[in-house]
Design a protein around this ligand. Structure first.
Ligand code: CA
Length: 426
């Protein structure tokens, strides 16, 4: 799911892998099972009471706003009874990883033999439910199960924190007050509707809930009661969990029966500046430029006119993918391209595909945060105007890297490497 660092805010937040944070759902990590360890911050002596008093004042003010938003006093008082700020949430929010995991470490972890085998078993076990979901929402069962596997390791890691407490903490102090506030109002609406009580509303420190890791606003808009018991339950109902994921994909633009994309090879002399999610051509168009499927098979005829982009997750030395509309739809679940690729490849494994053919550039060392900031500094010095370095290689940094690579006659893949940093230092 979605993460926090300024990069990825939004729709979900994912925290995990340190690859990316994204956001419809904030929160826990997509990396199934890889949860950051948290060191609780020890409050200075004498600080605690002040925090409590400040929080009590804040809560009084927030209650007025919640009631204006349609929450009853009864719901509010029941949900917020005894709630105190959670210092673990504050430290998790402030924690910025020093190292970003190389994408291949994340992908290999996501596609572990264990996860592939378990997903295949669950596909068999839930065959009739998945058939009904495909009929109802037009999505693909393998993708739904792959998302379930990455969001919560098929329900193993949903987060066990009380969501109202986590969100109240974020709303009270920290960098995401507005996020915390709007999500807390949504959480109170969920409680008021009776789907779940305050004690049952569990999730990650950032508020991503249940097996689908929906943040409260996403839950309110898109969770479904697929087992028909009158409640939307993404914590313990498998039908509601998978149904909610399927429904979310449908409303995000899933194209029934279409492929997510292909692993491809690019021809010698290919202009890597074209390998950008914003550069779209038809599959036919890419083929005319010399892009081929890595296995030598033809592209499916139904995809000939579909719009696609070339995605190089590890730069021009690594594997290449031609990604289509449904890949973009997966990005609406979590804005990280690494996540969307992991889901797509995991779904392929469930269908019986083998490992990808392209080799990862294993000799490339990930840049440390200090090095990423230095790289941004050096690009600033050369006139690319990135603003204050934040160590996050996002859209603008990639764009500046490409421009610098074009100017320096380097393969313009927009990828930050230690050799690029060396080049900038010279
Ligand atoms: Ca239900």
């Amino acid at each position: 799911m979605t993460f926090f660092p300024s990069l990825y805010l939004p729709i979900r937040l994912s925290l995990g892998a340190g690859v990316l944070l994204s956001g419809l759902f904030m929160a826990g990590c997509a990396d199934a099972g890889v949860h950051e360890s948290r060191t609780p911050m020890a409050p200075p002596v004498g600080h605690h009471n002040n925090v409590d008093e400040g929080f009590a004042d804040w809560l009084t003010g927030f209650r007025v706003d919640a009631l204006k938003a349609g929450i009853t006093g009864k719901t509010f008082d029941r949900a917020m009874a005894g709630v105190t700020p959670d210092l673990d949430v504050v430290s998790s929010d402030q924690n910025q990883p020093e190292f970003v995991k190389p994408v291949w470490v994340y992908i290999n972890g996501a596609l572990s033999d264990k996860r592939v085998a378990r997903g295949k078993l669950l596909l068999v076990e839930n065959k009739s439910l998945l058939e009904r979901l495909e009929k109802a929402y037009g999505v693909d069962r393998h993708t739904v199960v792959a998302i379930w596997g990455l969001e919560s390791n098929f329900g193993d890691f949903m987060g066990s924190q009380r969501v109202v407490r986590s969100l109240a903490t974020l709303a009270y102090e920290g960098r995401r007050k507005e996020y915390g506030r709007s999500q807390l109002i949504a959480a109170l609406k969920i409680i008021q509707a009776g789907d779940v009580g305050p004690e049952g509303l569990l999730g990650s420190w950032a508020g991503a809930m249940g097996q689908t890791q929906f943040i409260p606003t996403t839950y309110l808009a898109h969770a479904v009661d697929f087992d028909g018991d009158g409640k939307r339950n993404i914590w313990t109902s498998r039908a509601d969990t998978l149904g909610s994921t399927a429904h979310y994909l449908e409303v995000s633009g899933w194209e029934r029966g279409a492929n997510w994309g292909y692993e491809v090879t690019t021809p010698t002399g290919f202009d890597y500046a074209q390998a950008d999610m914003a550069v779209k051509k038809s599959v036919d168009g890419w083929q005319k430029l010399g892009v081929k499927r890595v296995d030598g098979k033809p592209f499916a005829a139904k995809d000939a006119t579909a719009a696609g982009a070339i995605f190089l997750p590890a730069g021009h030395k690594g594997p290449a993918f031609l990604v289509l509309n449904n890949f973009k739809t997966i990005l609406s679940y979590n804005a990280s391209t690494s996540y969307a690729l992991a889901v797509s490849l995991l779904a392929d494994r469930f269908r019986g595909a083998g490992e990808i053919k392209g080799a990862w550039p294993l000799d490339e060392r990930p840049l440390t945060r200090a090095e990423r900031e230095e790289l941004q500094d050096l690009l600033n010095d050369k006139g690319y105007e990135l603003g204050k370095p934040d160590g996050i290689i996002g859209f603008n940094t990639r764009k500046a890297i490409r421009a610098y690579q074009v100017k320096s006659k380097l393969p313009a893949d927009g990828y930050a490497t230690s050799s690029l940093l060396d080049h900038l230092r010279r």
